[in-house]
Design a protein around this ligand. Sequence first.
Ligand SMILES: Cc1ncc(COP(=O)(O)O)c(C=O)c1O
Length: 381
Amino acid sequence: MIPIARPLISDEEKQAVLQVLESGMLAQGPTVEAFERAFAELCGVDHAVATSSGTTALHVALLAHGIGPGDEVITTPFTFIATANAILYVGAKPVFVDIDPATFNIDPSLIEVAITSRTKAILPVHLFGLPADLDLILEIAEQYGLPVIEDACQAHGATYGDRCVGSFGTGCFSFYPTKNMTSAEGGMITTDAAALADYCREVRQHGMRRRYYHDRLGYNFRMTDVHAAIGLAQLQKLNGFNQARRANATYLSQHLRDVTTPTTPAGRTHVYHQYTVRVPDAQRDIVLDGLRAQGVSAGVYYPVPIHRQHLYRDLGYDDHLPNAERAAHEVLSLPVHPALTGEDLKRIVNAVNGLVGQRRQDVQGSCDWRGGDGTAPRARV
Ligand SMILES: Cc1ncc(COP(=O)(O)O)c(C=O)c1O
């Protein structure tokens, strides 16, 4: 089976972990600090604050911007649920703005009408590794005096113009094993603002500025030195990993037929956390099953947009966001990770082209992508 994701762990990571284990300094210590410095350098920012996950990075970043009950945060409905849940954790309300169907990222032309007196931040996601439309987002944010919190959990090393994502607003990254680089679990907040970084360091460690003096409510959102050691070793390889992902994506785009391949607007570098195509005419799930049967593990990110998840329906969300809903029915992510061989890439292309071509003849426009109201089937409890 060709997996949809595969972390590449080799001797460097193993040696680095062993060194930490032998040092006796296992909790947040010097290796976390070294990882923070190196990651800040990658992003071209003054400060990076490591956390236990991308979710906790988002949670702390929202707190650092003073966001809480009664506030609204504008974000995308087409992302991993952690983006929106972090807004709920601080007691604020996610306000969903539909996506640009070409990039799957938040459509900046729809942001302004969603702004109210309660709006306290804009939280774009650089989905699948493609930077969101930052020029327009930053322009609106400046006009309304709103901070931008970038969910860059899928976009390590992606650039917009000549700068890395995570350097435009307050950046939040994840090092979950499927990501472009991993620390097994972990997260990072990036910023140029020293006071904001200090606040984040306090909140991730029980609101503690001085040992056992607690000025505010905090959490245990620390990263361990064991995780940081893996992260540091992976960071040295990130550039090579991203180049391999881009080369794989180029091959796929050159050889796939009858599916809509990803686009990269000028001036942005896509790092292909996912290589996501659109499969037309309600064939997506059939193609997905067919690929699995042929030994290609593809994925659907995401089958249900957040406003259609039961959690959010139960909170009273009844938005109709047609581009996100349509994408949820059509997207299919194919393996693009750096461990793929040339033979793997050929197998993926042949399998997709065979399945889509065959299905195209079978269905010939007989189906509509709108199935029911698009809400996920509820799990039985
Ligand atoms: C867009 C996005 N936001 C947030 C997260 C949360 O990161 P983590 O799983 O490290 O908590 C992820 C990770 O899956 C993600 O893809």
